[in-house]
Design a protein around this ligand. Sequence first.
Ligand code: HC0
Ligand code: SF4
Length: 573
Amino acid sequence: LVNLTINGKSVSVPKGSTILEAAKEVNVQIPNLCHLKMKEINMINQCASCRVCMVSAGRGLVPACGTLVKEGMDVQTNTKEALKARKNVVELLLSDHPQDCLVCEKNGNCELQSIAADLGIRKIRYKGEQSTSPKDTSTESIVKDHDKCILCRRCETMCNDIQSVGVLSGINRGFGTEVSTFFNSYLCETECTFCGQCIAVCPTGALTEVNNIPTVWNALNQKEKTVAVQVAPAVRVALGEEFGLEPGTITTGKMVSALKALGFKYVFDTNFSADLTILEEASEFLHRLKKGKNLPILTSCCPAWINFVEKNYPEFLNLPSSCKSPQEMFGAIAKNYFAPKVINIKPKDMYIVSVMPCVAKKYECSRTELGQEEVLDVDVSITTRELAKMIKEAGIDFLTLDEKDFDNPLGKSSGAADIFGTTGGVLEAALRTAYEWVTDKELADVNFTQVRGMEGIKEASIDIDGTIVNVCIASSLGNARKVMDEVKNGNSKYHIIEVMACPGGCIAGAGQPYHHGDYDVVKKRALGLYNIDRNKKLRKSHENPAIVALYDEFLGEPHGKVAHKFLHTHYFD
Ligand code: HC0
Ligand code: SF4
């Protein structure tokens, strides 16, 4: 251990720690912008480029994030010199930054904005040249605005080191330096998967989601179409954070109330179609297992992951399940079953909005093969953050809302569906059903705890009536690549592989309230989902009576002809 003092407080930290890490130990906050360390997912962005974390140590000023502790060091974080340097640095950063905070997509969530506020910056003494790059609005998911980039490189580290996609890196030199794509091409022309994790770590408004709020207001304000909304599992345990609640607080009832107050005619649940996905995917898996073909089956509900497979492993497009994602299955059932058979309108007269923790879902619902004859399954997708903004815009007092239930029948779900939102959840849900189908016995314990937790790659062997099923769960695309490379080399022993592109699963999706690098937030959301599951009577997808009825009345058999027409898709190389 190394002993030092920070603002007079003694602290001992392991050799190799930085001043910033040591300061955290004694609850001394040092503002910083570029630095980001998330040990849970092995991400470290430590380029010390922004110089906001300058502190006095020994004879001069040093950046706390990039300076290792030394025995006997005396660190002062708030000397006159340190504060002056810090203010100077922030003023310099602001000098070439657009001054449009009031109308910025990131207003209220921008780390540069809050540091400027904390430091009490009231004027900018420097007049910098402004960069005027065109915004990249080429995709359905992501807006990239270089003018707001402070070159912290967090996005680059995320895209390269964690996601292994490698779309973003530094280009040009001097003032012309940008973090951008190969040849500065549009994101839509690159290998970008639209996972959005670059947005999740961007401290400013340089990377944001495509704002679909106006589209949703327009839909709510017209009379020709019946507007229904579906909400993804992970949203209900994170939405409350936008209203000051603890991460993981279960806000399902208030969320339903808010959606009704916003004017949605029907408030439904993506969980319903998550249960449906399990029936389709479990039967597809058992079918493949029996034939010994197209194994391992890869889960197909994460659109960034599917993008990744299409772009990086086109030779393995026989492996992803042909199931559409729950988001898309929901739209297909709402438009082609609920509309004509329950409320007697045409599929094209139903308008489906989805609320997702994800930005890739915006792109997914625009994929034209996901629909029937020109009628897309889902019309528009907004994020958890966008829903919160709409609630605030409408002046709804979220915290005092009554708890309401989802509408039926597309609002009923099992606990297996709730856990879809966290890494390992889809697989656990599938195992609950596959096990009971194969063995015809009731599972003594529905909790497959082996597949839970935040590790990036998890594996387990499950005995289903004498057949050993080897399962693997990868979260983050970098971990997915490791697992897929084993498949490619012929070294994979797995029968099922679940992949979620976001490290931790959808609860850490790029459309969720910003966690600002604190993965405890993500863990609390996971706990929230497991608590919902534990407290439900219905915990297996195949026992959901609304799903059973849907097969009876409309779909026939899982994996049958009608199910295929509406619930399955194909991939592109
Ligand atoms: Fe997910 Fe989903 S669980 S991808 O993580 O499968 O976005 O929450 O909605 O579609 O259900 C996201 C979350 C979903 C889908 C579901 C799946
Ligand atoms: Fe990379 Fe994902 Fe951002 Fe695309 S969305 S640039 S893949 S981190």
